[in-house]
Design a binder for this molecule. Structure first.
Ligand SMILES: [Zn+2]
Length: 329
């Protein structure tokens, strides 16, 4: 990962940052906002490298001493804030690693960059300490806050930063990345793309996750076999499904997408629009067998099942009830 070219999507943010680099209008604080997997760390890393690159273009050259050090994670003018406790960044950590450190001039670069991952974990004291630095930053300081929940940050901190919100990435781009760059098989790439909902990091994770594939195989079996299963087999399947409790959202979403596909065909939709295009024949068969009323009931029940489980209803029983509804008994 060496230049902005390697990032998929986020063109607006990238163009904005390139503009800041080429016009030499770099701000003292940037806030990259977006869920895990959207590429905040990558963009901040490349931007830092470009800021310190000895050639000073709008992309890091990748060849100068500064770029090489940055690539190996050893550029002393790029500081990534770390924290000891998993769920909080303390005021001492911000003081030691940012507030005090920023008073020391850069080693060799023109800038000194601080990257704060999971900035939403800074407690209020830590945020206030950082705010003081942002009110009077040394000319060379650039602070990059990476966060997945802006609402956790003080509004004063946000207003002193340039806010850049990560956007969902187009499915085609994600699919292309998975199949071409990561050599993921078509079907698995398709599934991961649907599921990642515009998040390339999540797509990579899912497409290489044996667990997710296993979840899909088991769910697929129930979805395609439910009409010929008897009550004992349904009870067994519910028991099996119960092991996916931690992935229940994925499990329920896989099913929801399936029945939406069936409903789509039943409503006269084109099979080109199917998400589970590979199962076209089975989906058409089910569209013939289910009434609209039953399909709507199943879809509603899948949605309710998620909420019922959240309110502590027994997972296995909830799944059994759902499977019985899917069978139409
Ligand atoms: Zn360079």
């Amino acid at each position: 990962m060496s230049s902005f070219h390697d990032i998929i999507g986020q063109k607006e943010i990238i163009n904005y940052l390139k503009g800041a680099l080429s016009n030499n209008q770099v701000a003292h604080a940037y806030l990259f906002d977006g869920e895990k997997g959207t590429g905040k760390k990558m963009i901040a890393g490349i931007f830092s490298k470009a800021l310190l690159c000895e050639k000073g273009g709008e992309e890091p050259c990748g060849e100068c001493h500064s770029c090489k050090m940055a690539e190996s994670g050893n550029n002393p003018d790029i500081i990534t804030v770390v924290h000891e406790k998993p769920n909080v960044i303390s005021v001492n950590e911000i003081r030691e690693q940012v507030v005090n450190d920023v008073q020391i001039k850069p080693y060799s670069g023109k800038k000194k960059v601080y990257i704060i991952p999971d900035a939403q974990l800074m407690n209020p004291q830590a945020q206030n300490a950082l705010l003081k630095t942002l009110e009077e930053p040394p000319s060379y300081a650039v602070i990059m806050l990476l966060c997945d929940n802006k609402a956790m940050l003080l509004s004063t901190l946000i207003s002193r930063s340039i806010c850049l919100s990560m956007r969902a990435v187009n499915n085609e781009l994600i699919y292309k990345m998975l199949t071409e760059k990561h050599q993921i098989s078509d079907y698995q790439a398709q599934l991961a793309t649907i599921f990642a909902q515009g998040n390339p990091g999540k797509a990579i994770l899912l497409s290489s996750s044996e667990e997710f594939l296993e979840l899909w195989k088991e769910t697929h079996e129930v979805l395609t076999q439910i009409s010929v299963m008897d009550e004992v087999q349904i009870a067994e399947a519910a028991k099996e499904a119960a092991k996916w409790k931690d992935q229940k959202n994925d499990l329920l979403n896989l099913m929801l997408i399936w029945y939406r596909d069936v409903l789509l065909i039943k409503s006269g939709g084109n099979s080109e629009q199917l998400i589970y295009g590979e199962d076209e024949r089975e989906i058409i068969r089910q569209a013939d067998n289910y009434s609209f009323e039953m399909l709507n009931k199943i879809i509603l029940l899948i949605q309710q099942t998620g909420r019922r489980i959240d309110s502590n209803v027994n997972f296995e029983l909830a799944m059994e009830l759902l499977f019985l509804q899917m069978k139409g008994t």
